[in-house]
Ligand binder design. Structure first.
Ligand code: HXC
Length: 519
């Protein structure tokens, strides 16, 4: 007679957990390492506070039997999911496991991801998705596609309710790209993360074009050209550390105020270097980042979309401990002019801040919108309108500091008083005008110049007169469109007082289902 040994249930659980931790098995883990990549669980450990991860759905498996899938069942399937903490605050997380069928999305994987997304939105905490996936699991057909639909639907429902962050740590092919694209911030580990709708093979077959995976969908392509990704960071460890840093600026959900963090910087600090930021020679550009770094708490500014449309700067900083969203024109890049990409970049950032109660501080030096057929045919009118829409719609505290130029349409767009900005400050160097002196004089004094005996001297004199009369902040200040002209040294304390004064700002938009932003 065979005596059946009683199964030790605790031992069985231990073994199953061990099995789940191996994902697709040791051989595939080795091959993941050879690709220079960490495992799904190692990534979660780096993202979260030590020991805080609570895994869910460890024992979920797919139920497909077609195309040999019956022999490829792995505990947890191709994603590790659950919740944990970042700096003591809850975060929901899922991490795709490339060692299991290339991290592909099965119906079961989608179910796991949707579960954490639902928990995140109902409990009001951010979701971070760590993406390493070959896209829809080909063998599962429509069930896999439906899984993506379920995720996209949740991305959209959660948009503006909880922060959603994606981190691309491997391939993100096909459907795997669109969930990140619907989230608020996309990080890419350079050299490792690659995103594309169709890969190089398909492109070669359809268009004959030759392109490598990295050229097509690497971090450089997406942070400089397409704007799909906001951050390109070398090394997975640093990449995940930056995700933690970003979360530190954000509220947990749209019902909360942003967190405060005391960096020990004096709110009354006057910065003497600000008096010398603008060079005497008007043709020498300065760096708006010098202004930003000198006024925010401890110089800590986290720039978003740094390499995309660098003619406008957006990012997070703090004033007296409170998070703010900063937008600034960058005179060092194409004179800080607003073009299509800059408008879209800034508009998206302004809307994110507005959705999450993050006050906006705007540093202005803008000569106008970019002229030219490329911009006009590309729809600068439509895209520039997005930025007007975003600023006009935003009900969070809005403060602006005019550093130098604010000309024409660009004056209006950049948080102007009549778009309901709350506090508009100007340095004495501020210039509010319909256009620069040269262009203005050519139009309004054309006859006088043409009929003059010495047109060039006449032009020079008229330009100087125009500059003296109109290129200053005092005309706008006399009409209350600039609330105060300040000494550059006082910039930080003046912003902090304005933010304090506006801390309880309440403003409602008229009831509507949603607006119709010109997309
Ligand atoms: C099932 C997949 C898979 C997928 C990869 N694998 N992608 N299994 N469904 N989508 C499996 C491979 O068969 C392989 O299994 C293992 O994962 C590792 O893949 P490799 O190809 O060996 O890895 P690598 O050379 O690094 O290439 C990675 C890759 C490539 C670039 C992602 O696998 C690839 O091109 N995959 C297909 C991408 C794709 O076209 N997906 C469908 C998109 S359509 P073994 O057993 O050999 O280790 C889509 C529709 C949704 O997503 C659209 C919604 C908008």
């Amino acid at each position: 007679m065979v005596i059946r040994r009683k199964v030790d249930k605790r031992e069985q659980l231990r073994r199953m957990r061990e099995e789940a931790a191996l994902g697709g098995g040791q051989r595939r883990i080795e091959s993941q390492r050879k690709r220079g990549k960490l495992t799904a669980r190692e990534r979660i450990a780096l993202l979260l506070d030590e020991g805080s991860f609570q895994e869910l759905d460890t024992f979920v498996t797919h139920r497909s039997t077609d195309f040999g899938l019956a022999d490829q069942i792995y505990l947890g399937d191709a994603v590790v999911s659950g919740y944990g903490k970042v700096d003591g605050r809850f975060v929901y997380v899922y991490s795709q496991d490339f060692t299991v069928l290339g991290g592909s999305l099965s119906e079961a994987v989608a179910g796991k991801i949707c579960k954490v997304m639902d928990l995140a939105v109902s409990n009001g905490a951010p979701v971070v998705g760590l993406i390493d996936s070959g896209g829809a699991r080909i063998q599962e057909g429509v069930d896999s596609l439906a899984g993506y639909s379920d995720i996209f639907h949740r991305n959209v429902r959660s948009s503006g309710v909880i922060p959603q962050i994606s981190v691309i740590l491997g391939p993100a092919a096909g459907g795997a790209t669109y969930s990140p694209a619907l989230t608020d911030f996309v990080f890419m580990a350079s050299g490792i993360g690659q995103m594309y709708i169709t890969g190089p093979d398909v492109i070669r077959a359809v268009t004959g074009e030759e392109v490598t995976h990295e050229e097509l969908g690497g971090a450089t392509a997406h942070t400089t050209r397409s704007g799909v990704a906001h951050f390109s960071i070398e090394g997975e460890e640093d990449c995940l550390a930056q995700v933690r840093r970003l979360l530190g600026f954000l509220p947990q959900n749209n019902m909360e105020d942003p967190p405060t963090l005391d960096l020990g910087d004096d709110p009354e600090r006057q910065e003497y270097d600000l008096a010398h930021v603008i060079p005497d020679n008007p043709n020498r550009p300065y760096n708006m980042l010098d202004v930003v770094h000198q006024v925010v708490d401890a110089g800590d500014f986290m720039q978003v979309h740094e390499r995309f449309a660098p003619n406008v700067i957006v990012g997070f900083g703090r004033f007296d401990g409170r998070t703010v969203g900063i937008v600034g024109n960058q005179p060092r890049q194409i004179a800080g002019v607003l073009d299509i990409n800059a408008s879209v970049k800034a508009a998206r950032f302004v809307r994110f801040c507005d959705a999450f109660n993050i006050p906006l501080v705007t540093f202005i030096d803008v000569p106008g919108f970019m002229p030219g057929t490329t911009q006009e045919y590309g729809g600068i009118i439509r895209h520039g309108a997005k930025l007007i829409y975003a600023y006009a719609e935003a009900t969070v505290p809005k403060i602006s500091v005019l550093i130098k130029k604010a000309y024409g349409g660009a004056y209006i767009v950049m948080s102007s008083k009549n778009l309901r900005s709350d506090v508009n400050l100007s340095w004495p160097t501020g210039e509010v005008a319909v256009m620069g002196a040269g262009g203005a004089v050519s139009i309004i004094h054309r006859n006088e110049i043409n009929n003059s005996e010495d047109p060039e001297s006449t032009r020079t004199n008229l330009t100087a007169e125009y500059e003296e009369r109109l290129m200053n902040p005092y005309i706008a200040a006399s009409r209350g469109m600039i609330d105060d002209v300040i000494d550059p040294l006082e910039t930080r304390p003046k912003i902090i007082r304005s933010l304090e004064m506006l801390a309880n700002k309440r403003e409602q938009l008229p009831y509507k289902k949603h607006g119709s932003i010109p997309l």
